[in-house]
Design a protein around this ligand. Structure first.
Ligand SMILES: Cc1cc2nc3c(=O)[nH]c(=O)nc-3n(C[C@H](O)[C@H](O)[C@H](O)COP(=O)(O)OP(=O)(O)OC[C@H]3O[C@@H](n4cnc5c(N)ncnc54)[C@H](O)[C@@H]3O)c2cc1C
Length: 476
């Protein structure tokens, strides 16, 4: 009798635990379906029904669909306008004489870690070489680049050295106007060098390890902390996203132009880096699109100024071409129709603490700008400085003119700021195009062998938590 009762109890328990399991699965199905609806571009890979169509995510399809966070455009519109209008125009614009020369102080003058021995490392050795070891080319930018012997002063890697070859053309100076967002001292002095950006593409340089890590750590931890949703104000989120978007773009340029074989000097794509450091983290890609739209908005907001600016380099026909390309970019009908307001800056600095907050964020951005002097590889420093100046210029255009009915006619930009702004937009445009074109196929290759962390893992986590929770309760 007792045995029979125990047997029945056992059967009942088994039935109950089966029911519990089935209920848990049903709840998880519903939770996951809701999750896939509320987070449309973090596609959960299987089995959900949405709008009566199976939301199966076919391999190879671009998963970045839907609206870009904090911007009112979707990925498809931006990809298409970038591919059709922006990318081709920008590619041509940055090769013109006006836009290919950038004035920069190249040697490192790091204000943050002055005496920690960093600059004795080969990564940063440019600033540690005694005066008599400095190549003349450092002081005379019009002669040719560094000789191989001088590489002792560099990172030791030829690919990280900036080529200083220049046309012997003089430049007419624009006005010098302070930018409250950046740290650069634009005073013309012997330390400033003109660099031909076309000879120094942003690509893999071999700069890695603690030196590079320390810069990024300092940028994120001290100056634009990562946020978790709902935690901080939108202005701080903007700063984080801009930096993260720029970081994504730098990584994409490393991946797309990588030194595959040092002995044969073979360059090519490193799609594993693209996947492991970028595609695997959808928020990094989202931030790239965000940064692109933010800078695009700054360029279009300053359209009147940029249209009338002087693109004079002494080569009349080329200067006319520069002007014409600029106009095509600023007043493209397709761009205006598809994307009239890439980012709405009027929403920011609204609260009472707006002005205070702006000052605080300005200070943080100036710190980031100053950190570029600590980058221990010359080419990275060049592109780091240029792009941070470009971002600072975008911030200046969007936020430094008081009030929302801001008189854009009060805007004053330096020539170098305009060069940085447009070159930054071009870099971001290249990255957006690259991710759009390569992303799906690269995810197809690597995504198959990866854990579900690629996607929004919350559904998985919730499932396990739920099941484990029920099991745990049952044991009690
Ligand atoms: C200003 C600057 C310019 C550089 N330019 C070049 C260059 O032109 N060529 C070159 O070869 N190297 C360049 N580097 C080095 C390069 O950025 C990397 O630091 C290096 O390749 C090592 O990469 P990593 O995998 O250690 O991760 P890193 O890219 O160094 O990233 C460090 C950490 O930041 C986080 N992170 C990474 N990406 C993002 C993102 N998009 N958003 C938010 N967080 C992120 C991750 O936690 C990661 O572990 C540059 C570095 C700096 C600081």
């Amino acid at each position: 009798m007792v045995e029979k009762k125990e047997e029945e109890n056992g059967k009942r328990k088994t039935r109950m635990s089966r029911w519990t399991f089935v209920c848990a699965l049903a709840i998880v199905f519903v939770a996951s379906a809701l999750s896939s609806i509320t987070t449309p571009y973090l596609n959960f890979p299987f089995f959900f029904i949405k709008d009566s169509k199976p939301c199966h995510c076919p391999q190879g399809q671009n998963k970045y669909t839907g609206m870009i966070e904090d911007c009112c455009y979707d990925y498809e519109v931006i990809d298409s306008i970038n591919g059709e209008v922006l990318h081709p125009l920008l590619q041509e614009l940055v090769t013109t004489s006006f836009f290919r020369y950038f004035k920069v102080k190249l040697w490192c003058d790091c204000p943050f870690w002055p005496d920690d021995g960093m600059c004795r490392l080969r990564d940063c050795s440019v600033c540690e070489c005694p005066e008599n070891e400095f190549p003349e080319t450092f002081k005379k930018p019009w002669t040719n680049g560094l000789s191989p012997d001088d590489l002792v002063c560099q990172e030791g890697k030829p690919q990280s050295t900036v080529d200083r070859t220049l046309d012997s053309r003089a430049f007419r100076d624009w006005i010098v106007a302070d930018n409250p967002w950046t740290n650069d001292d634009e005073t013309d002095n012997g330390e400033m060098t003109y660099v031909n950006l076309q000879l120094n593409p942003e690509r893999f340089t071999g700069y890695t390890g603690p030196s590079a890590r320390r810069i990024w750590d300092a940028v994120y931890s001290e100056n634009c902390p990562r946020y978790s949703s709902g935690e901080i104000c939108p202005e701080k989120k903007v700063l984080y996203k801009l930096i993260s978007g720029l970081h994504t773009s730098i990584t994409i340029h490393i991946a797309s132009d990588y030194l595959l074989d040092e002995t044969t000097n073979q360059w090519g794509e490193n799609v594993e880096i693209l996947y492991q450091r970028v595609l695997k983290y959808p928020d990094r890609v989202q931030n790239l699109y965000f940064t692109f739209l933010f800078v695009l908005r700054a360029v279009t907001k300053a359209a009147d100024y940029l249209e009338l600016a002087e693109y004079d380099t002494g080569n009349h026909s080329e200067d006319l071409k520069t002007q014409s390309l600029m106009k095509q970019l600023l007043y493209s009908h397709k761009l205006q129709a598809a994307c009239p307001l890439p980012f709405d800056e009027a929403k920011l600095w609204q609260g009472q603490s707006g002005p205070q907050l702006k000052q605080q964020i300005q200070k943080q951005f100036r710190n980031i700008s100053a950190l570029m002097d600590c980058v221990g590889c010359e080419k990275c420093r060049l592109w780091g400085k240029l792009q941070v100046l470009g971002l600072g210029t975008a911030l200046k255009i969007l936020f430094s003119i008081d009030g929302h009915n801001s008189p854009v006619q009060h805007l004053q930009l330096q020539r170098n700021e305009v060069i940085a702004l447009l070159n930054l937009l071009n870099r971001l445009s290249e990255s957006v195009k690259y991710v759009h074109e390569k992303g799906p196929s690269v995810e197809k290759i690597f995504g198959q062998v990866t854990e579900p962390a690629l996607y929004d893992d919350s559904a998985w986590q919730r499932m396990w938590k739920l099941i484990n929770g029920l099991r745990f309760r049952k044991q009690l």
